[in-house]
Write a protein that binds this ligand. Structure first.
Ligand code: FES
Length: 99
């Protein structure tokens, strides 16, 4: 079993390849917005900056560089960005991104 690293708005958390990203972030104490949890509303969308996910078919409109965190399963280390300040209970240190 291999552990993945997710960088979410500069916060690093660890996860797996078998659960939706939204579920994993919630378990890590990060609380993205959501409504339907099945690809219809688009509330959970975020930008995929690097890495790849497997995304189930969904009805919500998303831009080409976006994913729906409720129905996307990470396949490798990923970096994502939500366009709002996340409600978080996460205790991890923020990572610095070299520009
Ligand atoms: S929560 Fe509705 S599309 Fe993800």
């Amino acid at each position: 079993m291999s552990q993945l690293t997710f960088t979410v708005n500069g916060i690093k958390v660890y996860g797996n390849r078998h659960e939706p990203l939204l579920t994993q972030l919630e378990k890590a104490g990060i609380k993205p917005e959501y409504q339907c949890r099945n690809g219809i509303c688009g509330a959970c969308r975020c930008k995929l900056i690097s890495g790849s996910v497997t995304q189930q078919d969904a009805l919500a409109f998303i831009a080409p560089n976006e994913i729906l965190s409720c129905c996307s399963i990470p396949q490798q280390n990923i970096e994502v960005h939500f366009d709002y300040q996340l409600n978080t209970e996460h205790q991890a240190t923020k990572t610095k991104i070299a520009l």
